[in-house]
Design a protein around this ligand. Structure first.
Ligand code: PAF
Length: 286
């Protein structure tokens, strides 16, 4: 059964009745659910007594010229998708308005440091402050013991892990693999902004990451670095790329002699739509 809760008061009443001694899994989303979100929920259901999926388009993580207004809001269809896939009890917390999360006078920002200043943080100033502030609030309201995030937003997961460690938050973060459409594009609510020809252009993002991954797998470290730098230079000259980098997967710092796994991260613009993607690759010769 799916229960939809629209206010914090209702959530608290539900918690006091049903949460005592239970493990609680949280799947924070901005709605417009696709298979990727549902796979996070599936994992949560398999690991917890109670699962909560939150649906809230968080104004604090959008910049002034970003797509907050046009971001798809599809609560009814989202609930149907959950009902279709799950027979278990699922709680959908979909705050009826922004004041449920940010009540009048709300004046707190949770800010992680250096990790939020690179990659998407450099292109979208303040974005991660909005993410960590809402995620902290959702952790706190939900009383969750486990939370599930998708690898597509790799930097976001690293930032949330850092916040959780630094603040000793009593919650375990699980990162789930990227869910992709058949053509290789990572699933994202923003894909629906793309026309058929935009989508063809957008495929350069996953295809470039696959190309770099195969170089890494086929060549020695030194040879692969030479070839990869050629790919990076040729691509990055194209203005569609916000960034395309190869970093240490554990901390998003430059690769060094202790690196055992790298992450290839890219952000690519097609018209006004900005898409991100990444691939993790274990390495032997750093
Ligand atoms: O990944 C998202 O959809 C959002 O950034 C999140 C984690 C739900 C916070 O609003």
């Amino acid at each position: 059964m799916v229960k939809v809760i629209r206010t914090v008061l209702e959530l608290k009443q539900y918690q006091s009745e049903f949460f005592e001694g239970k493990s609680v899994g949280l799947v924070p989303t901005m709605g417009n659910l696709h298979e990727g979100h549902l796979s996070l929920l599936e994992r949560s259901v398999s690991e917890n007594d109670i699962s909560i999926i939150t649906i809230f388009v968080n104004p604090k993580q959008f910049g002034p010229n970003e797509d907050f207004d046009k971001y798809p809001r599809t609560l009814e269809q989202d609930v149907l998708k959950i009902e279709d896939k799950f027979s278990e009890n699922i709680l959908v917390f979909a705050p009826k308005d922004n004041s449920e999360i940010y009540p009048e006078g709300f004046d707190t920002t949770i800010q992680v440091g250096a990790l939020t200043k690179i990659l998407c943080g450099a292109n979208r100033p303040g974005h991660f402050d909005g993410v960590t502030t809402v995620v902290y609030q959702l952790f706190s309201l939900s009383k969750a013991t486990n939370a599930y995030f998708g690898q597509k937003d790799y930097q976001q997961v690293k930032v949330i892990e850092k916040m959780t460690t630094d603040l000793h938050l009593p919650i375990k973060i699980t990162m789930m693999p990227i869910s992709r459409d058949q053509d290789g594009l990572a699933r994202s609510s923003r894909n629906q902004y793309l026309s058929a020809s935009d989508r063809e252009t957008a495929l350069l993002l996953p295809r470039t990451l696959v190309e770099i991954e195969s170089i890494l797998k086929e060549e020695t470290w030194v040879n692969s670095m030479i070839k990869i730098n050629e790919v990076l230079e040729s691509r990055i000259a194209d203005k569609n790329w916000d960034y395309l980098e190869i970093l240490d997967a554990s901390n998003l710092k430059p690769v060094n002699e202790n690196t055992t796994e790298v992450v290839l991260v890219g952000a690519f613009r097609v018209g006004s739509t900005r898409l991100i993607d990444n691939r993790k690759v274990e390495i032997k010769y750093a």
